[in-house]
Design a protein around this ligand. Structure first.
Ligand SMILES: Cc1ncc(COP(=O)(O)O)c(C=O)c1O
Length: 397
C-alpha cells in the first residue's frame, strides 16, 4: 500500500507475486535451471509463427473485431468440438489477451464490491488478484495434502457459501497442485451452483494434461462440458499459451452463454480493444494444424513427470504424491519454510522452484516445479536437488 497517492483500495491492495521475489533473486545466476514459472522450454513451432509473419506481410495491421476474427472463433468452436466430442457454436467464444484476460473478464462479469468468490486453495494467485481488482472478496477453501494427493470436498465448498457468494472458481487440472476433478466432483459443484444460482468460473487450461487413466475421459480431464447445459452459469477461461507453447503471444479465449456475447464484447472494448490480427492468424494455424505438436507436448510432460517423481520418491521425509494432471510437481517438506528453501536451492543447487506460500497459506511448506522441459534438464535438476532436499527434509524430521 502506497500512502502518498490517493489510489483506489482495489489497486492499492494488489500484492507482489510470491514467485517474483525468488525469480528476481536467482534470474542472473549462471547455469541456473529455471523451473519456477508455468511454461515449457520449447519455443512456438515455426509453422505457427509463420502464419503471423504472413499476416503482417499482408498488411493485417488494423483494428479488428472486438470478439475475435470470425475465422478464429469458428476454429475454436471446431477444436472444442474435437476435444469434447460435442458441437459448439462460435457465438459462445470471445478471443482475449491470454487466459489472464479471460479470467479478468470472468471476474468482472460475476463479481464486484461486496461480493464473495470461493476459491479452493492452493491456487494460481492470479485468481485472487483478478477478483480483488474487481472489488470482490476471495473466500479460500483450503484443500489438504496427504500421501494420496490433494483432497477436494464439495461439501466444504457448500459450507463456505453465504448470502454474498456470487461465484466458485474451479481450476482442474490445477496449477499448482495437479489435482484433477473427477466427473462426480464436477457434478457436485454444478448441482451446488445451480441450486444457489452461483457462477462457476472454470479454468480448464490444463485439460489435455491428465496422467491418471482412472480419471481421464477420452484422454483428457473431465470437464464441466461433460455435464453442463449451454445456459448454465459457467464462464470458461482458456488459453493458447500451454498446449501450443505460445505464452508470449498473449492469446486465449473466454467461453460463456451466447446471450452474454455483446456484454463481453463491451468489456473487451473497454480493456484491450481486441487482440492483434496477426496473433489471431497464428492461433488459427495452431488450432487447425497443431495437434501433433500438442501430442508431443503431452508425451514430453508425461516423461518429465516420471523423471521428477522417480527421483522425489527416493528422498525420505517428503510428501510427494504424483499429481493426476497439469504440468507441476507440488510437494511438501513438512515443517520447513518453503520460501527459505527456494532461496537455498538457488544458491546450493542452481535450481529455481516456486515457493508454495505464493499459492496459499496451506502450502507454505510446499515447492512447485514445472516439469514441461526436456528430459536431460530434468535429470540434471533432480541430481542437483537430491542432496540439498535430503538434507533439508532430514533436518526437519
Ligand atoms: C491455471 C492457469 N490459468 C490461466 C493461466 C493463464 O495463462 P495465460 O495468461 O498465459 O494465457 C495460467 C498461466 O500460468 C494458469 O496457470
Amino acid at each position: 500500500m502506497n500512502p502518498s497517492f490517493p489510489i483506489r483500495p482495489e489497486a492499492a491492495q494488489t500484492k507482489v507475486s510470491g514467485i517474483v521475489e525468488v525469480v528476481d533473486y536467482g534470474r542472473l545466476k549462471p547455469g541456473l535451471i529455471p523451473l519456477w514459472v508455468g511454461e515449457g522450454d520449447l519455443s512456438t513451432p515455426a509453422f505457427i509463427a509463420e502464419a503471423a509473419t504472413r499476416s503482417l506481410a499482408a498488411g493485417e495491421t488494423f483494428y479488428t473485431w472486438q470478439r475475435g476474427i470470425p475465422e478464429l472463433r469458428a476454429a475454436i468452436a471446431a477444436y472444442m468440438g474435437r476435444v469434447y466430442g460435442r458441437s459448439f457454436s462460435p457465438d459462445r467464444f470471445t478471443v482475449t489477451i491470454g487466459g489472464m484476460h479471460a479470467m479478468q473478464i470472468a471476474a468482472r462479469l460475476a463479481s464486484g464490491e461486496g461480493d464473495e468468490v470461493i476459491v479452493p486453495t492452493p491456487a494460481w494467485p492470479n485468481f485472487a488478484g483478478a477478483l480483488g481488482v474487481a472489488g470482490a472478496r476471495v473466500v479460500e477453501v483450503p484443500m489438504t495434502l496427504s500421501e494420496l494427493g490433494w483432497r477436494f470436498d464439495a461439501n466444504e465448498i457448500a459450507r463456505a457459501v453465504t448470502k454474498r457468494t456470487r461465484a466458485i472458481v474451479i481450476n482442474s487440472p490445477s496449477n499448482p497442485t495437479g489435482w484433477t476433478a473427477t466427473g462426480e466432483e464436477l457434478r457436485a459443484v454444478l448441482e451446488l451452483a445451480r441450486d444457489k444460482g452461483l457462477w462457476i468460473i472454470a479454468d480448464e487450461i490444463y485439460g489435455r494434461y491428465v496422467y491418471d487413466d482412472a480419471i481421464a475421459i477420452d484422454g483428457r480431464a473431465p470437464s464441466f462440458h461433460d455435464y453442463a447445459q449451454d445456459d448454465d452459469l459457467i464462464l470458461y477461461c482458456q488459453t493458447m499459451s500451454k498446449n501450443w507453447a505460445m505464452t508470449g503471444w498473449r492469446i486465449g479465449w473466454i467461453e460463456a452463454p451466447a446471450a452474454l456475447g455483446q456484454t463481453i464484447e463491451n468489456l473487451v472494448q473497454y480493456s484491450s480493444s481486441g487482440v492483434p490480427v496477426f496473433v489471431q492468424r497464428a492461433a488459427i494455424t495452431a488450432l487447425e494444424h497443431g495437434e501433433s505438436f500438442v501430442a508431443h507436448q503431452i508425451a514430453r510432460a508425461r516423461r518429465g513427470r516420471e523423471i521428477v517423481y522417480d527421483a522425489l520418491a527416493g528422498i525420505p521425509g517428503l510428501v510427494a504424491p504424483k499429481p493426476p494432471g497439469a504440468l507441476y510437481a507440488f510437494f511438501a517438506l513438512p515443517g520447513r519454510d518453503a520460501r527459505a528453501t527456494a532461496f537455498r536451492l538457488i544458491d546450493e543447487a542452481g535450481v529455481g522452484l516456486a515457493p508454495g506460500g505464493a499459492f496459499g497459506d496451506n502450502a507454505r511448506d510446499c515447492l512447485r516445479l514445472c516439469f514441461a522441459r526436456k528430459a536431460e534438464d530434468l535429470e540434471e535438476t533432480m541430481r542437483r536437488l537430491e542432496p540439498v532436499l535430503t538434507e533439508i527434509a532430514g533436518a526437519a524430521a
